[in-house]
Design a protein around this ligand. Structure first.
Ligand SMILES: C[S@@+](CC[C@H](N)C(=O)[O-])C[C@H]1O[C@@H](n2cnc3c(N)ncnc32)[C@H](O)[C@@H]1O
Length: 238
């Protein structure tokens, strides 16, 4: 697959975003909780695969692909599919390209945010996936995504659970519930928007955006005190 030239696409307004600053260190060992959340999110891909492997998946559009934690799981679960990985952060996508360079024939990267991802990717995806989509998973974005998705295509979302966010952010860190915090090696602290949902809210969110038959689930870890959880949803565009 020919990778679209990211430099030719309009740079989304979001590029002042926190993730642009965090990108170089995002995969660092100090962000241990993020690694746990990524593992839980990858488990959700396995659940989604088991529920949809009977349907052919030729093209996967990934939204907010970041440094590619979920990308690897998508490439592995659907070994014949092309994956178009999108993100508004040039720096995050640069890490993803280095990490998954060996999959170059099946992987394209596109600089785009959620509202422009379907148009920018130029494809008609069978599956749209957004792993740890907490910076952008609000109702308007989801409705916009739904409007661009072909009939019968499926949506897979994962987010940190609200219950875990209450334990970790409100309880342990004392930061706003809808924010995540990264401490960088130079001592600076970066906050990023982070919307979280438990299963009932996730089901409502996906249903209200117009997806049918949503399945939801929660993957849990006991690796650290706060017991991280990732809530996921799989729905179909009717
Ligand atoms: C928590 S990271 C998750 C990265 C990756 N999907 C994963 O599973 O590890 C969130 C990603 O969302 C991206 N992002 C932020 N705002 C966005 C938006 N409006 N549309 C799409 N992606 C966005 C960030 O640049 C970042 O790479």
């Amino acid at each position: 697959m020919q990778a679209p030239n990211a430099a030719l696409l309009a740079r989304p307004a979001l590029l002042g975003d926190a993730y642009e600053h965090v990108a170089g260190e995002y995969d660092g060992a100090e962000h241990h909780t993020t690694r746990i959340l990524e593992n839980l999110s990858r488990r959700a891909v396995q659940c989604a695969y088991q529920q949809s492997h009977a349907r052919p998946v030729h093209t996967i559009l990934e939204i907010g692909a970041g440094t590619g934690a979920l990308t690897g799981a998508l490439l592995g679960a659907w070994p014949d599919a092309q994956v178009i990985a999108t993100d508004p952060s040039h720096e995050m996508l640069a890490v993803l390209e280095r990490k998954h360079g060996s999959a170059a024939g099946r992987l394209a990267t596109v600089l785009a945010e959620v509202s422009s991802a379907i148009a920018a990717s130029g494809g008609s995806p069978d599956l749209v996936a957004a792993g740890l989509a907490d910076p952008f998973l609000d109702p308007p974005s989801l409705r916009e995504l739904r409007a661009g998705m072909p009939r019968g295509s499926r949506l897979l979302l994962t987010v940190p659970s609200r219950s875990w966010a209450r334990r970790e952010r409100t309880g342990r860190l004392g930061i706003p519930l809808d924010n995540t915090r990264f401490r960088l090696r130079d001592g600076s602290v970066v906050f990023a928007k982070s919307l979280t949902y438990d299963e009932p809210d996730m089901r409502r969110l996906v249903g209200a955006a117009g997806f049918v038959a949503p399945t939801v689930g929660t993957e849990r870890s006991t690796e650290v005190w706060s017991a991280p959880e990732v809530c996921w949803a799989l729905g179909t565009a009717p």
